[in-house]
Design a protein around this ligand. Structure first.
Ligand SMILES: Cc1ncc(COP(=O)(O)O)c(C=O)c1O
Length: 395
């Protein structure tokens, strides 16, 4: 049996996904396919590295070692053909903290910050929570997936945007932006002197045959205006270890970012996260390739199941991520009705689309980083619930 098929009981581990029902007011029987972590067993070398570190029994303040930086440089070179300098790398406990630090380091209250909804909810929260002005450049939905509205993008940027939070690849719609698309956006930002915080936390999750391009790797000129946020957390299922790597090639921006991180006391990461990250980037290539092939097949399963059994539910075509973006608007439910239907009738705990912005109303995000058998159960449960509740409508 492939290890990705193995069903692992995560209950009783304090898992947000599996143990969070009562705290979040979710019915106990709802199958959790929401927050973006994986139900797979992780790369064994990561566990070994953690055990090795734990054996020392002292866990004081820790710094990245030379071998840590080398593992990161090696990974970025092998996977993306991007040579990064050791000096560019800053460690912080998360990408969301990094986005907030960037907003505080590079913008002032009231400054305009652009995002591309539907998009990861903490982007809007960070902009609004820091008292900045939220500017939206909604993605355009098409049969074959989502695309960028470049005309609107330039018009909004021109109005005085200070900073753009790019999600590349894009959560939740699963687009892996092409170099042409990245170029078009970054050239506009260069032209109008706009900084780009590129959240590339999903960088490693392109499907086989698809390539992700770190923004500054498209054109070295973008190095000057880019803050690239990465982490091994999504890729290797290490989100609970709170370790992220931020690449800031421009020394002036780097000093500003570092000052903000120091101010908040978040310039250091945890001792266990450091060794886990190093092991993942040193030994993880094959595991990741196998995981992505499995996840791609999971996506095919969901697409085929929906086409055959629930054709009114449309899946956005994606090139990566273990998150699928499903359009339930054909059911004609309000966002609250849809949420309640999914939780109480289909017994599925998913991310509700409206939390990704108004553009996500009627959509849900489904996490497919789980054994196939779990997805089969989820899809079959969904079909029964829709058959039962919408029988008349579906005839
Ligand atoms: C686009 C994006 N950015 C950031 C995060 C979370 O980052 P962190 O846990 O490092 O703060 C996620 C998690 O799903 C994400 O999808």
């Amino acid at each position: 049996m492939k290890s990705f098929d193995r069903v692992i009981n995560r209950r009783g581990t304090g898992s947000a996904k599996w143990d969070g029902h009562a705290q979040m007011g979710i019915p106990a029987e709802a199958l959790p396919l929401w927050v973006a972590d994986m139900d797979f067993e992780i790369l064994p070398q990561v566990t070994e590295a953690i055990k090795g570190r734990i054996a020392h029994e002292i866990y004081g303040y820790s710094l990245p070692t030379d071998s840590y930086y080398k593992s990161l440089q090696g990974w970025m070179q092998r996977r993306f053909n991007w040579a990064i300098e050791k000096e560019w790398i800053l460690t912080v406990p998360g990408v969301v903290p990094a986005i907030n630090l960037a907003l505080q380091a590079f913008t002032r209250p009231g400054d305009a910050v652009l995002i591309q909804p539907p998009v990861y909810p903490p982007f809007a929260n960070a902009v609004l929570g820091n008292g900045r002005k939220l500017i939206k450049n909604p993605l355009i939905r098409q049969q074959e997936g989502y695309r960028i509205d470049f005309q609107d993008f330039e018009a909004k940027i021109k109005e005085g945007v200070k900073l753009f939070i790019l999600c590349s690849p894009h959560n939740p719609v699963g687009r892996v932006w092409t170099p042409q698309e990245l170029k078009q956006m970054a050239d506009i930002c260069l032209k109008y002197n706009v900084l780009i915080v590129a959240d590339e936390i999903h960088q490693d999750l392109a499907f086989p045959g698809v390539r992700h391009y770190p923004l500054p790797s498209v054109d070295a000129a973008y190095s000057d205006i880019s803050i690239v946020c990465t982490a091994p957390s999504k890729t290797f299922n290490l989100a609970g270890l709170q370790t992220s790597n931020i690449f800031v090639p421009n020394p002036k921006l780097r000093a500003q970012f570092e000052a903000a991180a120091r101010c908040w006391g978040v310039g250091k990461v945890n001792a266990i996260g450091l060794v886990a990250c190093e092991a993942a980037y040193t030994y993880g290539d094959q595991w990741l390739d196998e995981a992505m092939a499995y996840i791609a097949a999971n996506k095919d399963f969901v697409r085929d199941f929906l086409a055959e059994n629930l054709p009114e539910i449309k899946m956005a075509e994606s090139q990566g991520l273990y998150l699928l973006w499903l359009d339930f608007n054909a059911l004609g439910l309000s966002p609250q009705e849809l949420e309640s239907f999914l939780l109480t009738k289909a017994h599925l705990w998913l991310n509700q689309g409206y939390t990704f912005g108004d553009e996500g109303r009627g959509f849900v995000r489904l996490n497919t980083a789980c054994p196939r058998s779990r997805l089969v159960k989820a899809m079959e449960g969904l079909k029964v619930a829709i058959d039962d509740s919408f029988r008349d409508k579906r005839k």
